[in-house]
Design a protein around this ligand. Structure first.
Ligand code: PFF
Length: 448
């Protein structure tokens, strides 16, 4: 009953497609390159990889097994596994994080949606991609309209329940996205002057890595893998007992990291070839990609349209999971029906997105955390604080409260043996992951 109300993965593959669909999104293609550029390139990438392997994969396993064991949403899961305790607050924090993230995520996704229609026309007119982008995002109304359109698509899919359609399309669309990235990479690395970009991206220079950069790497790993806010708890709650959690975790993390890496390989050589600024910020992808495609002539226009179409779909499969986390709570715990939950939350999330959009233009003089605009500030709070904190508390929950024995037992049900949870997992979740997160937090607030 409950599973039906909240959606159901038909098959093992359907689950992987949906979970990978949640993980692979703007975080990989838009955010990873610009954050990498902002924090100095290859050294950042290495630290990011370390966090994925040592912190995020064990947490991925943990979220999925907590979800499957409890069969509940992010908050309900803690109520089931730890009744009469305050652990549900961790779930609540996650739901709030999902709400906040989707508000600005949808603004960026709206840019991607608009670019399906705009990039080709701009390229044909031979306009400067940076000017075009800035003119677009600083205008007061148009980006908000695209934000609304994207939210409506999201509401449409989630209110219908998670359909087979999403699973089926993910199967075709994700591989096509990788293919287009490969085309971009080939064009990008063959541009004259691209070598400096490759060096920036692949040759680590640790002197460029700040404490803030390390925190950003941690936050980005959580954001990109959809961890720390109960998304994988919610998705795990639809898993059947015969499905292999440890192997799935590796697949999702591997696919997500691989695609982020490819996006960097497509962007940075071109950034240097065109003399753009690698630390340019949120516009990096939207400026660089049209520039690369414009350099390819007529066929480039077609690729441009296809690229932004696929980016929009990738964003949609992630946005769906964000909205699902928020709505699953209202459906399970507040007993709203799905339509009501999705529309009410969708509208509030849309409204919170408006200042993020206006902050690019008419409200750009308003600065918040560390001189960031509204969008960047929300992203900083959600990605760099709420998600790692959620992950940290989950480690404490599993490692020191609920117990790793129970976790390992649940996690290995359905494991076919290629990878199983054991001593390594126990060590990572009890010590390595929480201590690493704790140290990064201390370092970023300047304790040492
Ligand atoms: N992982 C998504 C991305 O990289 O675009 C964003 C995201 C989705 C974050 C779902 C968190 C989440 F729960």
């Amino acid at each position: 009953m409950e599973i039906k109300e909240r959606g159901n993965w038909g098959s093992q593959f359907g689950f992987i497609a949906a979970a990978a669909g949640s993980a692979v999104g703007l975080g990989n293609i838009w955010k990873f390159p610009y954050i990498t550029g902002r924090y100095g390139g290859a050294a950042f990438v290495l630290v990011y990889l370390l966090f994925v392997i040592l912190v995020c994969v064990p947490i991925m396993n943990s979220e999925l097994l907590v979800g499957r064991k409890s069969g509940k949403n992010a908050l309900g899961a803690f109520k089931v596994l730890a009744p009469k305790s305050s652990w549900w607050i961790v779930g609540l924090m996650g739901i709030i994080a999902g709400f906040v993230i989707l508000s600005y995520y949808s603004v960026i996704a709206g840019w991607a949606t608009a670019y399906i229609f705009k990039s080709g026309a701009y390229m044909a007119a031979g306009a400067n991609p940076a000017d075009v982008f800035v003119a677009f995002i600083t205008s007061p109304a148009t980006p908000i309209i695209w934000h609304a359109i994207f939210m409506l698509m999201c509401i449409g899919v989630v209110s219908a329940g998670i359909e087979k359609g999403i699973e089926k399309y993910s199967k075709i669309l994700m591989p096509t996205l990788v293919l287009i990235l490969l085309v971009l990479i080939i064009r990008s690395v063959t541009l004259p002057g691209s070598g400096a970009g490759l060096a920036f991206y692949l040759k680590p220079d640790f002197s460029k890595l700040s404490a803030e950069g390390i925190l950003a790497a941690l936050g980005q790993a959580f954001f990109s893998l959809s961890l720390g806010m109960g998304c994988m708890i919610t998705y795990g709650s639809y898993l059947k007992k015969d499905q292999d959690i440890p192997v799935n975790s590796y697949w999702i993390a591997g696919a997500d990291t691989g695609i982020a890496f490819l996006a960097g390989l497509a962007i940075f050589p071109a950034v240097f070839a065109f003399g753009l600024e690698p630390g340019a910020g949120p516009g990096l992808t939207f400026i660089t990609v049209p520039a690369v495609f414009a350099s390819m002539g007529a066929i480039g226009h077609l690729f441009g349209i296809l690229f932004f179409f696929l980016l929009t779909i990738a964003a949609l499969t992630s946005a769906i999971s964000l909205l699902e986390v928020v709505c699953a709570y209202f459906i399970d715990e507040v007993k709203w029906n799905r339509k009501k939950a999705v529309w009410i939350m969708g509208i509030f999330i849309f409204l919170l997105g408006i200042p993020s959009s206006l902050g690019q233009g008419v409200w750009s003089s308003y600065k918040f955390i560390g001189g960031r605009d509204f969008l960047d500030s929300l992203d900083f709070i959600a990605s760099n604080i709420l998600l790692p904190l959620g992950g940290f508390l989950l480690c404490i929950f599993i490692g020191w409260y609920w117990g790793t024995d129970k976790a390992i037992e649940e996690g290995n049900i359905g494991a076919k043996g290629a990878i199983t949870l054991g001593g390594g997992y126990r060590f990572l979740i009890k010590y390595v992951a929480p201590i690493a997160i704790f140290i990064v937090f201390l370092k970023s607030i300047g304790v040492f």
